[in-house]
Design a protein around this ligand. Structure first.
Ligand code: SAH
Length: 384
């Protein structure tokens, strides 16, 4: 049985404009409060359906749409949605199989690492259905193991505890696997994110096409995705920098395993730039973490991004390449290009946009869900 609730009249709730979320304060709750995790149909003030969603009154986001229809998630729909998400990804061996709202499965994230899967349940509703989800994934994908990475801090906002376990209950050691032509020792249980930053794999390969014969600096390198792809493509020298000691150890281990020559240093990138004003590079990658995690952080984030781009431009030889990314959804493509222009102006450098890059197809942007539109980048030639 689907409970139906109505949205309040008043300032237009984003759900009325197609957004897949509604906040508790926007909804008129009549009668008994539906239980957390229940399927709820939401109506507009005129009584027309906005679709069905997962309910959680403990969260600010009380309703998250999984269908435009009036339908429960507990019938065949759950498996249909997972099947559709898998089909959309084709036979990609390493990447995201299910991406939350973009796949109409709000709060469910599934990553594939060859024969291993990582599953995150980030909403109460998905957490409550996790056993069934694991059973479906086992049947449809038949992985060697499924790691439940329920350690994301956002689970606290849903009233959920944090833990990591495997579906079998057995321990899972890190294993070597090929990603974009390079072997990495991937740790699905304890690695950053679910083991790797999957959304930049395509960019590693793309940026490496510029690397031959160049002196490369990979900042915020994590396990060295850009650095190692560039080394493999014949870079003259490669230096990777990250503040995470574990990430740097992983990058060094991978360089050795692949027989690639690259140096990796543990450092804060901002400090490193301050200490190295005289260095010269021909290709610099800037791939920082999201600086603007909320609205109030945008201004500071823009300053941080601009500073990084300015510092990088100053270290580039004429004709050098700058591959620069932002994964903050609050910083738009246009805003990012504006600050790159401001940095070039301050650095008194001239540049060309060679490529505008976006998030990979396994992280699809969903219309009317700006939160899904997060990763943007520019590959620039910094001329004179
Ligand atoms: N370029 C990587 C992903 C980078 S994610 C890839 O393609 O796989 C962002 C990285 O920035 C993380 O590895 C994190 O450890 C690192 N980081 C965050 N703040 C930092 C800082 N101030 N200085 C250096 N590294 C930082």
């Amino acid at each position: 049985m689907l409970r139906a609730l109505r949205i309040r009249p008043g300032p237009p709730a984003r759900a009325l404009l197609g957004h897949p979320w509604a906040f508790l304060g926007e909804i008129i709750v009549t009668g008994e409060q539906p239980e957390a995790g229940a399927c709820v149909e939401l109506m507009d003030p005129k009584g027309r359906s906005l679709g069905s969603g997962l309910w959680n009154p403990k969260s600010q986001i009380a309703w998250r749409r999984y269908s435009r229809r009036s339908v429960s998630l507990d019938g065949p729909l759950l498996e249909e949605l997972i099947t559709a998400a898998l089909k959309r990804r084709g036979d990609r061996q390493v990447g995201r199989l299910v991406w939350s709202e973009a796949d109409n499965l709000p709060g469910l994230v599934v990553d594939r690492y060859h024969d291993l899967l990582s599953v995150q349940a980030l909403t109460f509703g998905m957490d409550a259905r996790l056993d069934r989800i694991i059973e479906i994934l086992q049947r449809l994908v038949n992985p060697r193991e499924i790691v439940v990475r329920n350690d994301a801090s956002s689970r606290k906002l849903e009233g959920l505890e944090q833990h990591i376990r495997t579906a079998s209950g057995k321990a899972l050691e890190p294993s070597w696997m090929e990603v974009g032509g390079v072997q990495y020792l991937v740790d699905l249980v304890a690695g950053q994110k679910t083991g790797m930053y999957l959304d930049q794999i395509d960019q590693h390969v793309k940026v490496a096409t510029f690397a031959k014969g160049r002196r490369v600096l990979d900042t915020f390198c994590n396990q060295g995705g850009f650095a190692l792809a560039c080394a493999k493509a014949g870079a003259k020298s490669v230096l990777g920098i990250d503040s995470s000691e574990e990430a740097i150890v992983a990058a060094r281990t991978a360089a050795e395993r692949n027989g690639l020559s690259a140096t990796f240093e543990v450092a804060n990138v901002f400090d490193w730039f301050t200490e190295h004003r005289e260095a010269t590079f021909d290709l610099i990658i800037l791939d920082p973490p999201p600086f603007a995690r909320n609205k109030d952080a945008v201004e500071g984030a823009l300053r941080g991004y601009k500073e990084l781009n300015l510092r990088a431009m100053r270290l580039l030889a004429p004709g050098g390449i700058l591959a620069t990314y932002s994964c903050s959804h609050r910083v738009s493509e246009e805003m990012y290009l504006d600050l790159i222009e401001a940095a070039a102006s301050d650095a008194r450098r001239e540049g060309l946009v060679l490529e505008r890059t976006s998030q990979p197809a396994d992280h699809p942007v969903m219309l009317n869900f700006p939160e899904s539109r997060y990763l943007k980048g520019y590959i620039l030639e910094i001329r004179a």
